[in-house]
Ligand binder design. Structure first.
Ligand code: BES
Ligand code: MN
Ligand code: ZN
Length: 491
């Protein structure tokens, strides 16, 4: 899909579908594009308004073929919802939904009319992102693709659209889709070493990045006993992917670490998961994939802060050599862990990654992980659970998440939770009791983060869409990529 800006007059744009925003009647702002439709429509718009056919509700679309006075083949009223709720996040989804509809309706060339009030940089970026995210399909492994039109061109018609904002949106949307591609791959095709290859390929294409991959021997030499304990049950070798970005002229000595859980398949290990739904555990590497996608965008957009992604990649398998419940492992930081449940493996690989990031000079750390089913119980599929040892740092990230339209919710992490993780035999147990499972998991990580400003994002409920949305198909969402890129860019 080609994504471009145009200054052309709305009437003369030759396009398959011309999208014009239609707000709900109450508080509907006067917009030049909507007025132009009314003026040219010969009463059609008045009719659809008075009949209630098009109410401007979000994601509603009403199509007029061969509109008089326009060179476009179709004029599409794109429901934009209530004007007071409209912002760039709504526009992103609206464009995604319109693109999905266009594909189903045989349009291959779509143009969005944006009035001056909605043509600032954040809107232009969001529109480009929305188009790419909505265009995404999960059928890479289907020999025969579902029937639909390919969208060849998406244009944004705005008087003075900022080309840099457009470019940013394209980079970010493509990067989020790279994350989704990785997450969508099944466990047999995407093993830890394949993920490392994909990271290398990304970096070679993006430039400005250094990739280093630690193998099992190197990790053993360093003493990553916690990570290696998880990996030992699988014949697919583990690895630790490090992707470095260094700014040409850094604005500070800060060093941001992006740490992502990449369990390429999680069977649960000896504490095996139920068969029902286990196939979904191919997405247990979504945290790592988010970091790889974010680094792609960071390489292109060049923030002034140093950013390094740390992606511990393992498969949590069952096998004769698999870790047992009751095993005690020694983490890189020296702390010993009693593995009461081999299915709580994400935290085991993350703590070695956190310690390694600190040794590499990280001053700020953000991890993302499909860590617990408990976060889905707490927040559903709507919010990412956000935990931190530093409110100021978390505030910054939440600000980014807000501007990027990614819902995140601040969860508690009081010292009182420490008691849940007591072990009589080791320094700490890898699970708490039955209650507060997302919090005890986060608390476990916090023990390794120590005093370094750190944020943990539990994306178990948000990295995979259980059902398709108007703006995205069922499957990998690519959550967190936009927030991480914005965090680095606004450092
Ligand atoms: N990868 C899972 C978490 C998960 C569960 C992600 C459901 C997405 C959907 C994680 O490794 C896990 O198995 N966590 C256990 C922890 C428990 C054993 C304390 C869980 O949440 O059940
Ligand atoms: Mn698990
Ligand atoms: Zn897992």
């Amino acid at each position: 899909m080609q994504i471009t800006l145009t200054n052309e007059d709305l009437h003369s744009i030759a396009t398959g579908s011309l999208l014009v925003l239609q707000f709900e009647v109450e508080g509907r702002p006067a917009t030049a594009s909507y007025d132009a439709v009314r003026a040219a429509s010969n009463g059609w718009l008045d009719d659809v308004e008075s009949s209630g056919e098009a109410k401007g509700r979000l994601f509603e679309t009403t199509v007029l073929h061969r509109p008089q006075g326009f060179a476009a083949k179709r004029l599409v009223l794109a429901g934009a919802g209530k004007a007071e709720k409209f912002n760039s996040s709504v526009l992103r989804r609206l464009v995604g939904a319109a693109i999905r509809k266009a594909k189903a309706n045989g349009a291959s060339d779509v143009t969005l009319a944006l009035d001056a009030a909605y043509a600032g940089g954040e809107f232009i970026s969001a529109a480009a992102e929305g188009a790419l995210l909505g265009d995404y399909e999960v059928d890479t492994h289907k020999s025969k693709k579902d029937e639909r039109t390919e969208i060849v061109s998406f244009r944004i018609a705005a008087a003075n659209g900022d080309p840099a904002a457009l470019q940013r949106g394209i980079v970010v949307g493509e990067s989020q889709n790279l994350t989704r591609d990785l997450v969508n791959e099944p466990g047999n095709l995407l093993t830890p070493l394949v993920l490392a290859d994909r990271a290398r390929a990304m970096a070679a294409e993006a430039g400005n990045l250094d990739v280093e991959v630690l193998d099992r021997d190197r990790m053993a030499q360093l003493g990553m006993g916690s990570l290696l304990g998880v990996a030992q049950g699988s014949s697919n070798a583990p690895c630790f992917i490090v992707i470095r970005y260094k700014p040409a002229s850094p604005s500070s000595s800060d060093h941001l670490a992006l740490i992502g859980k990449a369990v390429t398949f999680d069977t649960g290990g000896v504490s095996i998961k139920p068969a029902d739904g286990m196939e979904k555990m191919k997405y247990d590497m979504a945290g790592g994939a988010a970091m790889i996608g974010a680094m792609r965008a960071i390489a292109a957009l060049k923030p002034s802060v140093a950013v390094t992604a740390f992606v511990p990649a393992v498969e949590n398998a069952v096998g004769g050599n698999a870790q047992r419940p009751g095993d005690i492992v020694k983490s890189l930081a020296g702390k010993t862990i009693e593995v009461l449940n081999t299915d709580a493996e994400g935290r085991l690989i993350l703590v070695d990654a956190i310690e390694y990031a600190k040794r590499q000079g990280a001053t700020h750390m953000v991890d993302a992980a499909t860590l617990t089913g408990a976060i889905v119980v707490a927040l559903g599929h709507i919010h990412v659970g956000a935990f931190s040892n530093n409110d100021a740092f978390l505030g910054k990230l939440l600000q980014s998440s807000k501007t990027q339209g990614e819902n995140m919710w601040h969860m508690p992490l009081d010292d009182d939770y420490r008691d849940y993780l007591k072990s009589p035999f080791a320094d700490i147990a890898n699970i708490g009791g039955r209650w507060g499972g997302a919090i005890t998991a986060a608390y476990f990580l916090r023990e390794w983060a120590g005093e370094t400003p750190w944020i943990h994002l539990d994306i178990a409920g948000t990295a995979w869409l259980e059902e398709s949305k108007p703006f995205m198909p069922k499957g990998p969402s690519g959550v967190c990529v936009r927030t991480f890129v914005d965090l680095a860019m606004s450092w």
